[in-house]
Design a protein. Sequence first.
Length: 198
Amino acid sequence: MNDKLRNIAQVHAGFTVRKAPRNTRTQLYSVLQIRNVSEFGTLDLRKMAEMRLAEIRARFFLNKGDVLFCARGARNQAAACVVDVDRVVVGSQFFILRVAGRAVLPEYLAWYINQQPAQRYFNERRAGSHVRMILRDDLLDLPVALPPLTVQRQILELRRLQMQEQSLLSRLRQRRQDLLSALCVKAAEKQEHHCEGA
């Protein structure tokens, strides 16, 4: 079954950061930016910008279960927030998607948005000549494949296993590279000692 995104999630833009007027009471907030979304569609909440801002409306705060869509730039990716967070403001580079109803899991929606059919859809609709972006109406009209929740969970488990495999392969490549580098250094040092003894 397919449905348009507008029928399965509420969508609104992130917060536009502006300097607070003088004599306005401000508070320190963490601000989520595009750099906090990995190429694999996961959120990195460790290195967020911190800013003093005036009072922020609740709808701009990141919540567990939110799906963030990078609306600007070359990578129109999505990432689901799967942990509880506190006082994290979503920046204006994002649309915040909040799933309405129980037909779709937030993690599945983020995964689907990052797949070929959705990415082709976005490629055909990018607007702007300098900074490319996806308009809200185009995002709302995105067709989303909605299998049963059991199938969505199976897809997410396969994705988890795939990411685990990629991580293991990456670590293996790094260890192999470190070993080769150490062998080369050892060979170079051995040759140097050999030359000194000659």
